[in-house]
Design a protein around this ligand. Sequence first.
Ligand SMILES: [Zn+2]
Ligand SMILES: [Zn+2]
Length: 392
Amino acid sequence: MKAWVLHDINDFRLDNIEEPVLHDGEVLVEVKAAGICGSDIPRVYQNGTYSFPLIPGHEFSGVVAKAGKAVDPGWIGKRVGIFPLIPCRACGPCRKEQYEMCRHYSYLGSRTDGGFAEYAAVPAENLIILPDNVTFAEAAMLEPMAVAVHAMRRAAPDPADIVAVCGLGTIGLLLIMFLQEAGVKNILAIGNKGFQKQMLEKLGLPGDAWCDSREQNPGQWLRERTEGAGADVFFECVGKNETLTWAVDHTAPGGRVMLVGNPFSDMNLEKAVYWKILRNQLTVTGTWNSSFSFPETEPSIRMAERMEDASLTKQRLSKQGVSDEERRYIQDAGENCPPDDWQYVLERLAQKRVSPSCLITHRFPMDELEQGFHIMRDKTEDYIKIMGIAGK
Ligand SMILES: [Zn+2]
Ligand SMILES: [Zn+2]
């Protein structure tokens, strides 16, 4: 098969190699779409990875082509999305089913071979079945969408809150998309590229909700829009000292700062800014990756049941003559079983309540994927999500 293989730092080539050998519990996925993550650029060109050679790519989707030992052959032919983290299932966080914090995980596309290839070996447990109306390109964005949703749900903004999002890359924009879907009306977006304004317009955010930090002082801009108080919830999606300072400095008393951006360097706060965490009793929180449940039952079956549950709940609630008591009972039942981030995203994709494909700025045939890497490395063009598409 053809695969993009990282042989060493800055030595990334399209090779002809053997198809992956399946271990017990794995399936062979024929890759249909694979997105390039911002983290793939330093992985390929600067820092390398845990071992070479490696096929990168952790945002991908496809069709199950083969089932390995101990896998239900019913998977063959299924359209799937892929949770790339393979947890140890033994450490403290894993025992609490908080797999995103696993101490000894493997990861498709960084610690083991990923999706920039014709085929990838994936544990069947890491598959999530795709409803027919979800495209492969959308499904290749499940991972960054789940990351954005994880940050959002950890901060749990109220629809009435003023929410600031600083940093308008893929995660920042997806976060805005899901905040809107969750009913948050007052979103203030801080960016630094003219192109971001077009992207925000595609997401339906009014032009005056965007601050270009090259031309305006974001602090003053935020104060003017929040009666001087600052945002109730502030998502920092950049990871620089300057933006961390804005976040702490311009979050309202009692508000929440959610740290999303991976740090570029050591992060320092001036004393006067640090004081604000104390005096304003800010909740400063981190977020990492996304939640995914590894059910005891077959994931496909569990997912189908969940989708059915969701539509049943909706039907029941929309019926005339549902008593208040019954309504509360139905809603409580739903809340007691919150979906994981991946299910949360997939339900909204299937119901067409979110539409992330407007953020795909470039699609390349998988054989020409390197062009996408160069655009992201050299920043020769504006981009948000760049994707390799099989057979294009
Ligand atoms: Zn990523
Ligand atoms: Zn673990």
